[in-house]
Design a protein around this ligand. Structure first.
Ligand code: SF4
Length: 265
């Protein structure tokens, strides 16, 4: 009897250890899949048999659950086929530490088929309160750029931010917050598939281009992001403090207008 109890106890300890190991493995695999997801890899290749044949679709069907990252917090979002589905997949997001401070999650606004997409850093106070990006003083300046400068309406373009929840005291989003939120932006870009992205300010452009180069060096020249042309320029909030640089932004926007007028070949 004693022996049986000891064995039972030992088995339970083994099970605890196995569970712990499994949890560690799952966490590690999850991080790996998230890295792959961020790198744009959303399908895992299917192992072939000894003759080099891929399994029949019926055999491989269980693998379909892996597509988009079985262990990923973002799997549903990555599979969204419309902005509505993406917004629903984000839900009442608590994937990073910004969620407790938000009034509204600021998803994005505009034409889902826009040719031009403006991407800023994150919501400020007004945006957080209203649930819409670029609605404060800086937002008014962006609206002027779109309406008076480009001859478009806000409803013709799409406007979003790198992070969807307001960082406290309008500080820069931290790397873990960007990491948690970036897959949503990437899927937004994929779904909208704009011809041109205008990256507003240092933070947005450095995030998209994965560079530490200063905005003064990046702005005004075309870059590429996943096959989409990207024009970095100053953030409208910066222009409120440095109105003398509005002429530089106008130079950048003229290049965007020119690009949009160029027939697609
Ligand atoms: S910033 Fe993004 S990842 Fe963080 S809670 Fe908001 S929506 Fe979720």
């Amino acid at each position: 009897m004693m022996l049986r109890c000891f064995r039972a106890k030992k088995t339970s300890m083994d099970a605890d250890r196995d569970l712990e190991e499994l949890t560690t493995m799952v966490a590690s695999l999850r991080r790996h899949l998230q890295r792959m997801e961020r790198a744009g890899i959303r399908n895992l290749s299917i192992a072939r048999d000894a003759d080099g044949k891929a399994p029949e679709p019926s055999q491989a069907s269980w693998l379909r659950g892996v597509e988009g990252g079985l262990f990923s917090d973002h799997a549903e979002a990555c599979r969204a086929t419309s902005l509505e589905e993406l917004r629903a997949a984000i839900g009442d997001c608590r994937r990073c530490k910004l969620w407790p401070g938000r009034t509204h999650l600021v998803f994005g606004v505009g034409n889902p088929q826009a040719h031009v997409m403006f991407i800023g850093e994150g919501p400020g106070r007004d945006e957080d309160l209203q649930g819409e990006p670029f609605v404060g003083r800086a937002g008014q300046l962006l609206t002027d750029i779109i309406v008076k400068g480009m001859g478009l309406g806000r409803e013709d373009v799409y406007i979003a931010n790198v992070v969807k929840c307001r960082p406290p005291e309008n500080r820069n989003p931290e790397p873990d917050e960007v990491e948690a939120c970036e897959p949503f932006l990437l899927r937004q870009i994929e779904l909208i598939s704009p011809r041109v992205i205008v990256a507003l300010g240092k933070f947005a452009v450095q995030t998209l281009l994965k560079t530490k180069a200063p905005i003064t060096r990046l702005r005004g020249v075309w870059h590429e992001f996943n096959g989409i042309k990207i024009m970095p320029t100053f953030h409208p909030a910066y222009l409120l403090r440095n109105p003398g640089d509005k002429k530089l932004v106008w130079q950048d926007i003229k290049k965007v207008i020119e690009e949009l007028r160029t027939p697609v070949t």
